[in-house]
Design a protein around this ligand. Structure first.
Ligand SMILES: Cc1cc2nc3c(=O)[nH]c(=O)nc-3n(C[C@H](O)[C@H](O)[C@H](O)COP(=O)(O)O)c2cc1C
Length: 370
């Protein structure tokens, strides 16, 4: 068992005070500063992971991993636990993926029994296995089907109805043409990942395209894609004019990122975690994110999902990542982590430069507002 010292407290974001459940999303959107949301990530943002994020800086808003919806689907119990045992003290929105309007409406009605801040439709998943079945990002090729789904969900959801999507299937201008449809169905919030489905996770995020949708749509828009540092957060907000930011992989790499961004936006120096603190985070991931009884080899595989991001952030030359990819046991895993993390130097934990620029991207236009 590796020895790690206790984690000293890092700053946390202040909660939206006293928001009743029915108004939870309004409470967040009324914050006098950009809203920070944790991105939904399948097999990552489960209940134990939410707990780890909440303890290190907390987002303002959470989304569940998606519930898969089809004619005979039941709401997945392990995803429901993120709602019923939500450990963050912040609102959580339940995300659905599917393409059958009556089934999606049924799932949305069932979810009304749970303490959610809203229901979100996944219109952006780029996995070929999903989009080829015309779900997630695949729906962006079928506007008439989107129209039917939005109508069915709007009718079924008395509270807040949100959509998470990409710029288009292959055309980054497509979403601007869908704005009238979103207006007609009165969605309450849009989260926009600034890439097309076919661009998957390639580095460049079309911030200027997010900005065009922000300006065209009446409801608030949260910008998503490539935010891995306080500087990148400020830059994304400045270019897009979005109401807030959603962060996915940056939060796996650096669960303190939400608190660091708030510090930066509010004029305080963001505090970077030390190697020992990151090692402690890895230990907690190992101890909490795998179901009880999982065989050690599979637990090592599951840890690699998190560790590939952490290793790339902690050691940008790629040697830590190289070593992590080769571990096969708990002992090897922690030996590698101790080699790279057993120190008290602060770590920036940005994406490796080849994967995402942490400063302004040279292809972005200059900010038009401070
Ligand atoms: C492992 C993984 C799982 C994901 N699962 C979901 C999901 O369930 N629902 C969803 O809308 N997006 C999902 N996404 C996309 C993220 O929510 C987010 O849009 C994307 O990672 C871009 O943001 P980032 O650059 O901050 O990571 C997933 C992404 C990753 C890396």
């Amino acid at each position: 068992m590796p020895h790690t010292p206790p984690t000293p407290p890092l700053p946390t974001a202040s909660p939206p005070a006293g928001v009743p459940r029915a108004d939870a999303l309004e409470g967040v959107l009324a914050l006098p500063r950009p809203v920070l949301a944790l991105a939904p990530m399948q097999d990552v943002t489960d209940l134990p992971f939410l707990r780890l994020i909440a303890a290190r800086g907390n987002a303002d808003l959470y989304f569940t991993e998606y519930f898969r919806v089809h004619a005979s689907a039941q709401l997945e119990r392990y995803v429901l636990r993120s709602i019923t045992e939500n450990p963050t003290g912040r609102p959580i929105i339940a995300q659905l993926i599917g393409n059958d309007p009556p089934s999606l409406a049924r799932a949305a009605r069932e979810l009304q029994r749970y303490p959610i801040a809203g229901v979100d439709l996944n219109l952006g998943c780029p996995a070929p296995i999903v989009y080829r079945k015309c779900a997630g990002g695949g729906l962006l090729r079928e506007p008439a089907r989107i129209d039917a789904i939005l109508g069915a969900l709007r009718d079924a959801i008395p509270g807040r109805f949100t959509v998470k999507t990409r710029l288009g299937f292959d055309d980054p201008g497509a979403l601007e043409r869908l704005v009238p449809m979103f207006e007609r169905h009165a969605i309450d919030l849009l989260t926009l990942h600034g890439r097309t489905v076919l661009e998957m996770y390639r580095p460049h995020v079309h911030l200027e395209r997010i900005g065009a949708v922000v300006r065209a749509l009446r409801c608030p828009v949260i910008a998503n894609g490539g935010v891995d540092s306080p500087d990148r957060a400020r830059h994304t907000l400045a270019i897009t004019g979005a109401r807030g930011l959603m962060i996915g992989r940056g939060a796996i790499r650096n669960p303190w990122l939400f608190a660091q961004i708030l510090d930066h936006l509010e004029g305080r120096a963001p505090r970077q975690p030390t190697g020992h603190e990151v090692l402690h985070y890895v230990r907690e991931l190992w101890d909490t994110t795998s179901p009880q009884g999982l065989i050690p080899r599979l637990q090592v595989q599951k840890m690699k999902k998190y560790l590939t991001f952490i290793a790339e952030g902690a050691e940008p030359s790629g040697r830590f990542l190289h070593d992590v990819r080769r571990v096969t046991s708990e002992e090897e895993l922690f030996q590698v982590c101790r080699t790279w993390l057993e120190h008290d130097r602060p770590l920036a934990l940005n994406a490796a430069p080849a994967l995402a620029p942490s400063g302004p991207d040279p292809r972005d236009p200059p900010p038009t507002s401070p």
